[in-house]
Ligand binder design. Structure first.
Ligand code: ADP
Length: 273
């Protein structure tokens, strides 16, 4: 009888130790999440604050300087900073909508060429500002997909903006649209900073930013690629990143199912969201 009791005590004790260890781990995870939240808030405040100083300076210069050429340059600069600020805030709103499942796609039969044109319209200033050599390669025929034009253009524009941001002035950015059977591919390739092999799979995770020694003129929040990844997934596609390593350039590819029959996606994988 005593032996049985001792065994019961022993296993109760072991269970308590297990529970204690588990709650310790849980507390560690909570602490970690809390630390990441604090870090994110600091980055957020910093990134939202950054464009405001040049905008305020710009306003001051506009008030003081009668020179129309200077005024024009200042207005362009202020426009770029405002666009950057609005984009950060839009990404932030979108990412919280995505994680709550609140983004609705307006899917219809669209041509990927139109997606590329819309994305270029948005990203052209960022590409031109860095004096990058840009090239575009699209086939002659339309590539139809069942998608949301605005959202897909947002994905491509995000990739183009990153290419411009992480490629030093004078580098090359190449945008290519191809079709291989039922799959359409959009490649955004650059000759910029590149990404180390072990960071490649992580760049699509929310709040992941690769440490850079360079002083980038415009920072970010580490949400652009996570958002792009989610939006492409909602279209039944995938997004991949390749790079031969640091300073070897990067290529991001969006893979999407082509729809050949009016209104139908040819792959079963595409969920209707
Ligand atoms: P952000 O640019 O705001 O930091 P993103 O989610 O857009 O966040 O990108 C995540 C990380 O991936 C970036 O911090 C950057 O280091 C890396 N990255 C993204 N695009 C490129 C690129 N074209 N070349 C090199 N690194 C890139």
């Amino acid at each position: 009888h005593i032996v049985v009791q001792r065994d019961a005590l022993q296993s109760a004790f072991e269970e308590n130790v297990r529970l204690l260890n588990e709650s310790r781990k849980y507390a560690e995870a909570l602490k970690d999440a809390d630390r990441r939240k604090d870090e994110f808030l600091a980055t957020l405040a910093h990134e939202l604050r950054n464009p405001l100083a040049p905008i305020r300076n710009g306003l001051h210069i506009l008030k003081m300087s009668p020179n129309p050429k200077i005024a024009e340059d200042v207005r362009d600069m202020m426009d770029r900073q405002m666009t950057h600020l609005v984009r950060l805030i839009d990404d932030l709103l979108d990412v919280s909508r995505v994680s709550q499942g609140k983004i609705d796609l307006r899917r219809e039969r669209i041509d990927l060429q139109d997606v590329i044109k819309a994305a270029l319209e948005t990203s052209r200033p960022a590409i031109d500002a860095g004096r990058h050599e840009f090239s575009l390669d699209m086939p002659d025929e339309a590539i139809p997909v069942n998608g949301d034009l605005t959202r897909l253009a947002q994905v491509v524009s995000n990739l183009l903006n990153n290419a411009a941001k992480y490629t030093p002035d004078g580098g090359k950015i190449r945008l290519t649209l191809t079709r291989d059977g039922h799959e359409a591919r959009i490649h955004v390739a650059d000759t910029g900073l590149g990404i180390e092999r072990d960071m490649l799979p992580k760049v699509f995770e929310l709040f992941t930013q690769v440490e850079r020694n360079l002083n980038l003129s415009q920072g970010g929040l580490g949400i652009g690629l996570a958002l792009a990844h989610r939006l492409v997934q909602m279209h039944g596609g995938t997004i991949t990143a390749e790079s031969a390593g640091e300073n070897q350039g990067s290529t991001f590819t969006v893979h999407l199912p082509v729809t050949d029959i009016e209104g139908l996606v040819t792959e079963d994988a595409a969920p209707q969201v």
